[in-house]
Ligand binder design. Structure first.
Ligand code: ADP
Ligand code: ADP
Length: 218
């Protein structure tokens, strides 16, 4: 079954720019997919729609079995917090906090108790290869390691889908390749992963590409 189902989705911003036009997209549980296209092609808007950060102007968006149109903003926040993991180009880690604290903080609103947040955070960091870096703060980590912490935070709550927006955009090519390899490992272990990238080489290395141009899937 599908974790992401977009049908006839159009997004027009106030002011009149139509960033996404009549898009149909189905992603099954367990897939690893790249949305690829040049700057301005509508990728970020797609991420906002799929991440339920924004609602379509037309068409329907279903995420993990929920029709976004039927949910209140509060219900959408809960869906996001519980079922969607986000990773960004800028790692968005809290600077003074250790790796384990950064990951555990991502579970603050999960209803899980502190001890369990900690062991889940540790398990997630072990999964991304940072089992030896639990007490390190972001400034003590390399760019690639920081992005791994961000990925650990995104997967610690066992989301239905991991959304990665230009996850290698701030990394050199070696660290970037490591992050792509990690996303592939997570996929092989069963996580659904959607990567947004303008990099055709990265997209081409993944099992499925969704090419975009001028707001359309081509
Ligand atoms: P990409 O991520 O591929 O660069 P975007 O989704 O950011 O594409 O942008 C697609 C189009 O929508 C562009 O023309 C952009 O200027 C416009 N756009 C994006 N976000 C907004 C916004 N919040 N308000 C108005 N226009 C926007
Ligand atoms: P706080 O003081 O708000 O609890 P901390 O940054 O001290 O924030 O830590 C957040 C959580 O992560 C705490 O529950 C702490 O026990 C745990 N933690 C922090 N650093 C480590 C570490 N190096 N090893 C194991 N657990 C840690």
């Amino acid at each position: 079954t599908a974790v992401i189902e977009l049908a006839g989705v159009t997004k027009t911003y106030p002011g009149g720019v139509t960033a996404v036009r009549s898009v149909d997209l189905t992603v099954e549980y367990g897939e690893l997919v790249a949305i690829v296209g040049p700057s301005g092609s509508g990728k970020s808007t797609m991420l906002h729609l799929i991440g339920t950060l924004d609602r379509p102007t037309q068409g329907s968006v279903r995420i993990d079995g929920h029709d976004v149109a039927t949910l209140s903003d509060r219900q959408l926040s809960a869906l996001r917090a519980g079922r969607i993991g986000f990773v960004f180009q800028q790692f968005h880690l809290a600077p003074g906090r250790t790796a384990i604290a950064n990951v555990a903080d991502g579970l603050l609103y999960s209803g899980v108790r502190r001890k369990e947040r900690e062991w889940r955070a540790e398990a997630a960091l072990v999964r991304v290869g940072l089992g030896e870096r639990l007490g390190h703060r972001p400034h003590q980590l390399s760019g690639g390691e920081r992005q791994r912490v961000a990925i650990a935070r995104a997967v610690a709550g066992d989301p239905a889908v991991l959304l990665a927006d230009e996850p290698t955009g701030n990394l050199d090519s070696v660290a970037g390749a490591g992050v792509v390899a990690l996303l592939r490992e997570l996929h092989e272990a069963g996580t659904t992963v959607l990567v947004i990238t303008h990099d055709h080489e990265i997209a081409g290395s993944l099992p499925r590409q969704v090419p975009m141009r001028d707001g359309r899937v081509i």
